[in-house]
Write a protein that binds this ligand. Structure first.
Ligand SMILES: Cc1cc2nc3c(=O)[nH]c(=O)nc-3n(C[C@H](O)[C@H](O)[C@H](O)COP(=O)(O)OP(=O)(O)OC[C@H]3O[C@@H](n4cnc5c(N)ncnc54)[C@H](O)[C@@H]3O)c2cc1C
Length: 417
C-alpha cells in the first residue's frame, strides 16, 4: 500500500525548495520535468514517477499549496503525450516526450479538413510512400496552435482504394519544413487561435508513423478519446494554446496569463469557474438572491459530477489506458455546463454583461470565456455527432442508414461534397 501522506510531504518539500517565481519559465519547466512532479502519472524518466491517480492528486495539492506554477499545457500534453504513451513506439516516446514535458516543443492536431469534419474518416489529404519517407499533399483546417507548433499529429489517406476508415495512417509531422504553409483564421472572439494548413510535398519519415500503415483511424480514435475526456482536457491550471515566452520570469508569466487569457485558454485550463466567480462578484445580482442560489447550486453539482471543479489537473491524467466511448457523454455534459455557466454569468452581470474588452468587469475575462462557449460544442466532435456515437457505440443502436454502406465502399468511390 502506498503512503499518500508521505508523497504529499515529499512533494511539498520539493516545491518549497525549488519553486522560484523569478526563475525563467523555461528553466522552471525543465526543473519540474526532471523532478517527475510535472506529470506524476507518466512513467519514470518520461516526466513522471509512475504514480497512481490518488498519489498524483497529492502532488497536485502539494504544488497548489505552495503556489507553484504548473506544467505546460496544450495539444502536446493532453493529446500527443497520452497517444504516444498508449500507442507510440519506445523510440517515439524517447524522442518526443522530453520536449513535451518541459514545454519546449508545442504541437498541433491536423485531423479536420474542409469537407471532412464530423465525417473525419472521409479525409482526402494524401500520403504516398517514397522509400523511407512519405510525401504529404492536401489541406487541413481549424488547427489550433498550428502557427507556433513545431510538430503536428496528422492523419492522411495512404490507400484510396480501401474503405474510408481503413486506408488512413497516423503520422508525426515536422511543421517547420518548406512544404507546410500555415494560415491563421480569426474567430468571433477576436483571437486567431486556429489555422488552415496546406501541405505541398511535405515529408514525414516512416519512423514517425504511429501504428501500422492503414491503422491510423484506431490511433486517431485514441487521440479523440483523450480529447473528449474533460478530466484530461484541462491538464493543469496553466493556460493552453498560446506561445509561451520561455525566457520570461515564471511569476510574471503566470500573472500576465491570469489577466489576459483568451476564451480557449480559460476553458482549457479549467479557469471558467474562477472567471465565473468574478462575474458573479461584479454582478447586479448576487449570491444572496434565492433563485440565483438555487441555480448556482445546480451548476456546482453539474460541474462536480463531470469533474470540472478545482480538482482538474495533471492528477487526472491517465498515463495509459484509453477512455471508452462513454467519455462522449462527459464531453456533451461539459459543453452543456459551459453554456449554463455562460448564461448564468450574464444574468449575474446584468447591464455590465453588455460591455466588452477593458470596459467590462475584470477586463472582459468572463466575456472572452462566454464568446468561446459555442466552440466547445464543436471542437473534438460536435454534440450531435457525440450523441450519435453514444447511441451506436454505448447503447448499441443501429448505425445511421447510409453509414453502413459508406463504411464498406472504397474511399475513391464515395460521393463527396
Ligand atoms: C475551437 C475549435 C478548435 C478546433 N481545433 C481543432 C484542431 O486543433 N485540429 C483539428 O483537426 N480540428 C479542430 N477543430 C475542428 C473540429 O474538430 C470540427 O469543427 C468538428 O469536428 C466539426 O466538423 P465541421 O466543422 O466540419 O462541421 P460539419 O461536420 O460540417 O458539421 C456541421 C453541422 O452538421 C452536424 N452534423 C454533421 N454530421 C452529422 C450527423 N451524422 N448527424 C447529426 N448531425 C451532424 C454537426 O453536428 C454540425 O452541427 C476545432 C474546432 C473548433 C471549434
Amino acid at each position: 500500500m502506498t503512503d499518500i501522506t508521505a508523497i504529499e510531504r515529499e512533494a511539498t518539500q520539493w516545491f518549497e525548495t525549488n519553486w522560484d517565481a523569478a526563475m525563467p519559465l523555461g528553466e522552471w519547466w525543465r526543473v519540474l520535468a526532471e523532478s517527475g512532479f510535472a506529470f506524476p502519472q507518466w512513467p519514470e524518466g518520461l516526466g513522471g514517477r509512475g504514480l497512481s491517480g490518488g498519489e498524483a492528486k497529492a502532488v497536485l495539492r502539494a504544488r497548489r499549496s505552495v503556489g507553484a506554477y504548473g506544467p505546460p499545457n496544450g495539444v502536446a500534453t493532453f493529446l500527443v503525450a497520452p497517444t504516444l504513451l498508449t500507442m507510440g513506439s519506445p523510440e517515439q516516446r524517447q524522442r518526443y516526450l522530453p520536449g513535451i514535458v518541459d514545454g519546449t516543443t508545442p504541437w498541433c492536431q491536423l485531423f479536420s479538413e474542409p469537407t471532412a469534419g464530423s465525417d473525419m474518416a472521409a479525409l482526402g489529404t494524401r500520403a504516398v510512400r517514397d522509400g523511407d519517407e512519405w510525401v504529404v499533399d492536401g489541406q487541413k483546417v481549424w488547427n489550433s496552435g498550428a502557427h507556433y507548433a513545431h510538430f503536428g499529429i496528422l492523419i492522411a489517406r495512404t490507400d484510396p482504394e480501401a474503405p474510408k476508415h481503413r486506408g488512413v495512417t497516423y503520422f508525426l509531422i515536422d511543421m517547420r519544413q518548406p512544404g507546410v504553409d500555415v494560415r491563421p483564421l480569426r474567430e468571433m472572439t477576436g483571437d486567431a487561435a486556429f489555422n488552415e494548413v496546406f501541405f505541398d510535398e511535405a515529408r514525414v519519415h516512416d519512423d514517425d508513423r504511429v501504428g501500422d500503415d492503414g491503422d491510423g483511424w484506431r490511433v486517431a480514435m485514441t487521440t479523440l478519446s483523450f480529447e473528449r475526456d474533460p478530466g484530461n482536457a484541462g491538464l493543469g491550471d496553466t493556460a493552453a494554446f498560446y506561445q509561451a515566452d520561455l525566457a520570461m520570469p515564471v511569476g510574471e508569466h503566470a500573472a500576465a496569463e491570469k489577466a489576459a487569457a483568451d476564451g480557449f485558454s480559460i476553458t482549457m485550463s479549467g479557469r471558467s469557474g474562477e472567471v465565473f466567480a468574478g462575474a458573479l462578484a461584479h454582478g447586479s445580482k448576487d449570491s444572496a438572491d434565492p433563485t440565483m442560489r438555487d441555480r448556482l447550486t445546480r451548476l456546482h453539482i453539474d460541474r462536480t459530477v463531470i469533474g470540472l471543479t478545482g480538482r482538474r489537473g495533471a492528477a487526472n491524467m491517465k498515463a495509459t489506458g484509453q477512455p471508452g466511448p462513454e467519455v462522449a457523454g462527459l464531453k456533451v455534459a461539459g459543453t452543456e455546463t459551459g453554456r449554463n455557466t455562460r448564461d448564468l454569468g450574464f444574468e449575474a452581470l446584468g447591464a455590465a454583461g453588455m460591455l466588452w474588452g477593458d470596459d467590462a468587469p475584470d477586463g472582459g475575462l468572463f466575456h472572452r470565456f462566454a464568446m468561446f462557449t459555442p466552440a466547445q460544442s464543436i471542437a473534438g466532435g460536435t454534440d450531435e455527432v457525440l450523441r450519435n456515437s453514444i447511441g451506436e457505440r454505448v447503447l448499441g443502436l443501429p448505425r445511421e442508414p447510409d453509414e453502413a454502406e459508406r463504411r464498406t465502399t472504397p474511399w475513391n468511390e464515395l460521393r463527396r461534397s
